[in-house]
Design a protein around this ligand. Structure first.
Ligand code: NAD
Length: 434
């Protein structure tokens, strides 16, 4: 099939590459010239395991092209995926500017009947608006169909997830549109759930809201555990072993971040307000998360009184391991708070430092490796549980720091481990050690 994908971010690029990998002819379109320049040379602008190899392979096989010219990709496309960003507006709702522009671009440039598939996370009713906009701009008697095909990939394992997802949700108005999408996705061999467009749009928000709820729930239990002397690691293990609950997303820590949960939970609250539904549970989930983000900093303030003039190592800057995405990362809030406090911040991340430089305060210094970050620090904060950080932070702190003190926002170590190496250790939902 001839497919165009609009937007080459985490979702659009992975979608385009994987659709090419299963045999479709894909043109990826992006307005960002620098990005497209890199992509043409086979360089992915994001860090995603396995993506570069598939990309280069499919460019070589002539199944994958990149362009900044909408006409080039759209004029003969049978199916067009929209995968542009839907960031948070000032009032919390999803900003649909890029979606509307993409719809207009499609209308202006398609030259045949077209199925427009929205992969971006969009509020209920958006797909119908997309259809209207495309129809308003088409320059011929072309039939326009729309489909909601929300994306569930996780950054860091996006390629794996595309080939091994739990389900593919296809929301359409007609059986024909659903059949086209089923055919496109057949090679992935993943169960397909066919629904109405509105239900498909809702499935995406409900999924993210539920996962965010699980995280805030376990963080509340963690706060309580600390106060009553329970250990959240054992508690979460025991709770998660019940298969009705499941162990995933039960890791207590410094709250969720990233490009999806914060904005999608906010957007769902706004969507609810528009239909006069007071989504009390989700509002609490958001509040708990905001509080959770500062808990480690508060603990450090309590321990030291002030962090003014102290050299603080921040280990892990990306919002989670295996990605270079800094959107809504805990490190941003932490670096801002520490800098405002007058601390000297030295940061390290295996992959995300270039992106971090764009969003962290200018005064933050960057270390080439964990050892250099820790060496002269008075205190270490662990913010992202990269494998490398988990393997080295405790050992190096005990070896290189005069008086090792760690504030661990991801509960990387057991109490026993830290006790053994005599590191003063603070984590989330467990009592302090040493
Ligand atoms: P992103 O911000 O990384 O990428 C969006 C891209 O679209 C950018 O490269 C931008 O230049 C391009 N763009 C914007 N307008 C355009 C236009 N008119 N024509 C061509 N290109 C255009 O976004 P993302 O993280 O890939 O997310 C895309 C959507 O998918 C969002 O709605 C997001 O909520 C959803 N989503 C994201 C993830 C994730 O893990 N990142 C997972 C599931 C769903």
């Amino acid at each position: 099939m001839k497919i165009a994908v609009i937007g080459t971010g985490y979702v659009g690029l992975v979608t385009g590459v994987c659709l090419a990998e299963v045999g479709h002819h894909v043109t990826c379109i992006d307005i960002n010239e620098e990005k497209v320049e890199k992509l043409r040379k086979g360089i992915p602008p994001i860090y995603e395991k396995g993506l570069d190899v598939l990309m280069i392979d499919n460019i070589d096989r002539n199944r994958l092209k990149f362009t900044t010219v909408h006409k080039e990709g759209l004029s003969d496309a049978e199916v067009v995926y929209i995968a542009v960003g839907t960031p948070q507006s000032a009032d919390g709702s999803a900003d649909l500017t890029y979606i509307y522009q993409a719809a207009k671009d499609i209308g202006e440039h398609v030259n045949r009947d077209v199925l427009v598939v929205t992969k971006s996370t969009v509020p209920l009713g958006t797909n119908f608006q997309v259809k209207e906009i495309v129809e308003d701009h088409v320059k011929g008697p072309f039939k326009v169909e729309v489909a909601s095909n929300p994306e569930f990939l996780r950054e860091g394992s996006a390629v794996y997830d595309t080939f091994n997802g739990d389900r593919i949700v296809i929301g359409t108005e007609t059986e024909e549109a659903a059949a086209i999408l089923e055919k496109i996705n057949e090679p992935f061999d993943i169960p397909v759930l066919k629904t109405s467009i509105t239900s498909a749009e809702m499935i995406k928000y409900a999924s993210n809201a539920f996962l965010a709820t699980k995280i805030s729930f376990i963080n509340e239990i963690a706060s309580l555990s600390e106060k009553v002397g329970a250990d959240i690691s054992d508690v979460a293990k025991g709770v998660g072993q019940d298969h009705r609950i499941g162990s995933q997303f039960l890791n207590a820590g410094i709250g969720y971040g990233g490009s999806c949960f914060p904005k999608d939970t906010q957007a769902l609250v706004r969507i609810s307000e528009e239909v006069e539904h007071d989504f009390k549970l989700l509002k609490s989930v958001i509040d708990v998360n905001a509080r959770q983000k500062t808990t480690l900093f508060e603990k450090a303030k309590k321990r030291f009184g002030t962090l003014k003039g102290m050299r603080v190592a921040l280990l892990g800057l990306a919002f989670k391991p295996e990605t270079d995405d800094m959107r809504e990362a805990a490190s941003i809030e932490m670096a801002n708070a520490l800098t405002a406090e007058g601390a000297e911040v030295i940061a390290y991340d295996p992959i995300a430092m270039e992106n971090a430089k764009k969003v962290l305060p200018e005064s933050v210094q960057y270390a080439e490796n964990i050892e250099n970050a820790i060496k002269d620090a008075t205190v270490v904060f662990i913010l992202t549980d990269w494998k490398e950080i988990k393997e080295k932070a405790l050992l190096f702190s005990s070896l290189f720091m005069k008086k090792p003190i760690i504030f661990d926002g991801r509960n990387c170590y057991s109490q026993e481990e830290t006790e053994k190496v005599q590191v003063e250790y603070y984590s989330v939902g467990r009592s302090a050690v040493n």
